[in-house]
Design a protein around this ligand. Structure first.
Ligand code: GDP
Length: 324
């Protein structure tokens, strides 16, 4: 078993982005660690602003930081809001990483994304595929910002010896996801479409693109477990992929979602919408060597996410700016 390198015991821990799907899952996971979670007051710290970020960190003095704050969205949101995705994500990560050094953060984990890899990367994608080819155009803005975040962590480690690491998660889903029909990712989008179609007794749902792209999906609670593992058991310049280890076509996903929701109508494919990258399956050997493996299979995870959706009608929101 790999040895523990960082002890969260008694530490002040800040999860930046703790109101988003990923951040709230990390907070849930940290409940079983003997640490103290510090939280920024809701809506009061705009992490795209350096002055506000620094003032917050100067007062909160976190010792460990999970950097899960980001402007996120699905293929359409990315494609149509390039400036927001690039600018806001670069600002958030630069502000937090720089302030972390200034205010003596001992360990920081930055969350990237599997879209950092070249569109035509060899599958499954190993970490060394970074910057070996052109990016997928639909999410290149977000990808470039995330690549900058990885490089910031590496640069601060090299120049200042800061213990900053990065995790690259695959496509995530789970409770707390964004269910906006236009801005969301495919899992919540299809859950919502199938749910509405069931209620309306519609004959079909529309799925974007050809249905042929392959995607890997990881439940956000598995990711949270993985990043806590990295925080405590990993240190190094190399970043680490976090994925489920298998993928399926969007067509197969759509069928599974319809089954979980109980919608028995047809599935139509809208070829006017983009497919995005044909495949992005992560190689998770590094992560597995650290003693982590996902526990939630896709069917179980989709059922649980659908139940969450049914139980939280007021929380179905559009996170256009996941600041603090
Ligand atoms: P991506 O992994 O960055 O492409 O992010 P998405 O989760 O937004 O999309 C994944 C795949 O699902 C793409 O091929 C989309 O075209 C496809 N897809 C099918 N229907 C939908 C939908 O209703 N919303 C979204 N976001 N994607 C969809």
């Amino acid at each position: 078993m790999p040895e523990q390198l960082y002890d969260l015991g008694g530490k002040r821990v800040w999860v930046a982005g703790d109101r988003g799907m990923v951040g709230s899952a990390i907070v849930r996971r940290l409940a079983s660690e003997p640490c103290q979670i510090v939280r920024a007051p809701r809506g009061e710290v705009d992490l795209t602003r350096q002055d506000q970020t620094e003032a917050w960190m100067a007062s909160a003095r976190p010792q460990a930081v999970f950097l899960a704050a980001a402007k996120v969205g699905g293929i359409h949101a990315n494609d149509t809001h390039p400036a927001e995705f690039l600018y806001q994500n670069m600002m958030i990560e630069a502000n937090i990483i720089h302030a972390a050094r200034r205010f003596g953060v001992e360990k920081l984990l930055f969350l990237g994304s599997s879209c950092i890899y070249p569109r035509m990367a060899t599958q499954p994608i190993t970490e060394d595929a970074l910057l070996t080819g052109p990016l997928e155009p639909t999410n290149q803005w977000y990808a470039v910002a995330k690549i900058a975040g990885i490089k910031l962590c590496q640069a601060y480690r090299r120049q200042y010896g800061s213990d900053y690491i990065s995790a690259m998660p695959t496509n995530l889903y789970g409770p707390g996801d964004n269910f906006d029909p236009v801005g969301s990712h495919v899992v919540p989008a299809l859950l919502l479409k199938a749910h509405k179609a069931k209620l309306d007794r519609a004959r079909y749902i529309d799925v974007w693109g050809s249905g042929r792209p392959l995607r890997e999906f990881l439940h956000v609670d598995d990711l949270a477990d993985g990043v806590v593992r990295l925080m405590t058991h990993y240190s190094g310049e190399d970043f680490v992929n976090v994925g489920a280890g298998y993928d399926l076509t969007i067509m197969e996903l759509a069928e599974l979602v319809c089954e979980v929701v109980g919608f028995s109508g047809a599935i139509r494919y809208d070829s006017s919408k983009p497919d995005g990258t044909p495949r992005k399956l992560l190689d998770v050997s590094r992560m597995r060597a650290l003693g982590w493996a996902p526990k939630i299979d896709l069917r179980t995870g989709l059922k649980q996410t659908y139940e969450w959706f049914l139980e939280h009608p007021n929380e179905i929101r559009i996170p256009v700016h996941a600041a603090s």
